[in-house]
Design a binder for this molecule. Sequence first.
Ligand code: XBP
Ligand code: MG
Length: 254
Amino acid sequence: MKTELKALLFDVDGTLADTERDGHRIAFNAAFDEYGIGWHWDADLYGKLLAITGGKERMKFYASEFLHNQNLPDDFEQLVPELHAAKTRHYTELLSTGAIPLRPGIERLIKEARKENLPLAIATTTTPDNVTALLEHTLGSESPDWFDVIAAGDIVPAKKPASDIYDFALNEMNLAPQECLAFEDSHNGILSSMGAGIPTIITVNGYTRDHDFNKALLVLDTLGEPDRPFTVLQGNAHDHTYVDCALLKKLHSQ
Ligand code: XBP
Ligand code: MG
């Protein structure tokens, strides 16, 4: 017998909102300027750096793989957490201006799931403050409470593509992976969600359109809206034109 759909788990960056190029990247550069270290990540370079999830990990990856650990600021290892705290400050300030909207269909689907008493959770590598800031400035100050679990950042030692953050969220909700659906936007993301055994729906973005999603339940450009249909890139959308709970139940029982 098929299990009932009992929860939806959302990634944040790239899935809830297009935060990377015009959000995180801008905040990293602002922190680099603040500390006068002479680094600048343009949009193309940042796409390559997204191979590594987590801001602190990404800075260390840049230093080792792109700068070959040459001419780094003094005490670089110790500076990374400080730089990252500055980056988080710049990023949350940027979000507070309303600069980054939610992606199409996200608010509608979250509100419909709430009406249907379908539990919600977050599983992300980003810093918890970033999640709260995004939710508060897009869905309102109460909205972090809409999620049974917000699993984020350093709460687990191994970030995506490891499955740890999804394993953590499932454990907190006391649910089996087959009782859930995950929403992701990237290869690292789906490795993590499917590594935890959760069937996954992908909405691609500019940085992830060409990633390998062959194990996904469905790959779309966006979740779509009634007046703004999604484009199906892979899988069967059962003649729906936007993602709602009815479609999710069909996909889940597939
Ligand atoms: C998101 C990330 C994050 C952000 C930065 O990956 O890679 O690292 O870019 O966040 P995913 P912090 O969407 O797969 O969770 O700087 O707060 O670490
Ligand atoms: Mg993501």
